[in-house]
Design a protein around this ligand. Structure first.
Ligand code: UDP
Length: 242
């Protein structure tokens, strides 16, 4: 990769949903997909970007789905949060196989497996060039990892939050169902909330809005887009304060 690449952001918070680890599978983790993600993230780090990741768990368990099937919701959410820890360990492993130092920090104490989340320690890891993976969401049931991503982005003073999805931005209707769906280049948080565009849940959107964190929604499966975004290209949809 060219030496001329200059980061547009010093510190980013990348939200990866569990689904982004599945590839074409129905469940779990595709080692090829996680390997490619790790390479792309390592490249960002190589050009000097501090990278924190919040990982979801939807490729393994989602609390709401388990609760619909009859499980107690809080127990189901605990399982969902533990699923994110498993994904975090897989990302850590993929990064370390590339020689990149990484720390998984969990919002639930499970410190024989990974570190407890301590904000100051997380920031120190980032300053030292380590990639930090935040797992177990917020540590509380009834929240999502999108909300955890907003929270951590604010706590670590990230310059931008990037929501990595399977779609190349936010559309006015579902692009998989409507061939005439139009992609937004830019949106305000108010529009995202009032138009119910499904960008993130309302809690996550409001947290970003109130704390003035810009958000970009992008397709993580477009290889190279993550680097393009981080070096300042207008990839995906920008959501910001009006
Ligand atoms: N979860 C939770 N509290 C949080 C974050 C997540 O209880 O702060 C649980 C919840 O059950 C959720 C699951 O963990 O369904 C996995 O997270 P999420 O659905 O956000 O993952 P993603 O859709 O990003 O893969």
């Amino acid at each position: 990769m060219s030496e001329e690449l200059r980061p547009a952001y010093k510190r980013i918070l990348l939200k990866l949903s569990g689904e982004t680890l599945m590839g074409d599978q129905e469940y779990g983790i595709d080692p090829r997909v996680i390997g490619r993600l790790a390479r792309e993230v390592t490249e960002l780090s190589r050009i000097g970007v501090e990278v924190a990741i919040v990982i979801g768990g939807g490729n393994i368990f989602r609390g709401a789905g388990l609760a619909e099937a009859g499980m107690d919701r809080v127990t189901a959410d605990h399982m969902g949060m533990l699923a994110t820890v498993m994904n975090g360990l897989a990302i850590q492993d993929a990064l370390e196989r590339l020689g990149k130092f990484c720390r998984v920090m969990s919002a639930i104490k499970i410190n024989q497996v990974c570190e407890d989340y301590i904000r100051r320690r997380a920031v120190r890891h980032l300053e030292k060039g380590r990639i930090v993976v935040f797992a177990a969401g917020t540590g509380s049931p009834f929240f999502t990892t999108d909300t955890a991503a907003s929270l951590r982005a604010i706590e670590i003073n990230a310059d931008i939050m990037i929501k990595a999805t399977k779609v190349d931005g936010v559309y006015d209707s579902d692009p998989f169902k409507n061939p005439n769906a139009v992609r937004y280049e830019r949106l305000t948080y108010e529009e995202a909330l009032s138009k119910h565009l499904g960008v993130m849940d309302a809690t996550a959107l409001v947290m970003c809005r109130d704390n003035n964190i810009p958000l970009r929604v992008m397709n993580i499966f477009n290889e190279g887009d993550l680097m393009r975004l981080v070096t300042g290209e207008p990839i995906g949809t920008l959501v910001e304060r009006g």
